[in-house]
Write a protein that binds this ligand. Sequence first.
Ligand code: ATP
Ligand code: MG
Length: 214
Amino acid sequence: MKIAIMGGTFDPIHMGHLVTAEAVRHEFKIDEVLFVPTGNPPHKAGMGITPAEQRYLMTVLATAANAHFNVSRIEIDRKGTTYTIDTIKELRTLYGPDTQLYFITGADAVHEILTWKNSEELLQMCTFVAVTRPGYKKQQLITHIDELRSQYHSSIKFLEVPALAISSSDIRARVKNEAPIKYLVTSAVENYIYKHKLYTHPVSLNKGLITKMS
Ligand code: ATP
Ligand code: MG
């Protein structure tokens, strides 16, 4: 069995995430892509993030039609700060030693891996798949991957995916400015966002919907 983990805040999940996951699944003959929405992301603390339950539901809505996609509650059900290493260890125990674990990260996240908790151990525990993202610098990314490979003897693959200049922050800004988000997210996610009036108010005015982490 090969499982690929796609972690993210998914606030909201968008077509860039889905295209990336599907490209990785096909390229590495992955049996299941497991989307893992973060609980309380340390690097986004205090920035006003949509409650985990709503981000989880949007992720379920967006992935429901793909038989190879699943969503895990592992991080959102965990108390306290979430670290990737804890998630990978838990999934390793859950799936057993015969399962190959892949961890998908966008080019932006690759440059941050060494700042993550127990990054060295993490790099040994799964195969990383570094995917391209609009705005990334190919040479810089390849150089960094080579460094990580030789320094930590880690398995890091590189995959170019169709460049979709989509980000969750841009989608939030569009909703706030009443610009369309159609075709940037699935229609189920689009409807969910409007139904629950996500991203329409400044964080301070939206205490009921947005959790402040500070
Ligand atoms: P934000 O703008 O709020 O940071 P985001 O669009 O970067 O959101 P995240 O939830 O932070 O989304 O990203 C989860 C993972 O998906 C990260 O590894 C990120 O690099 C990757 N990713 C996000 N957008 C894209 C995209 N358009 N193409 C490829 N990978 C992406
Ligand atoms: Mg991001």
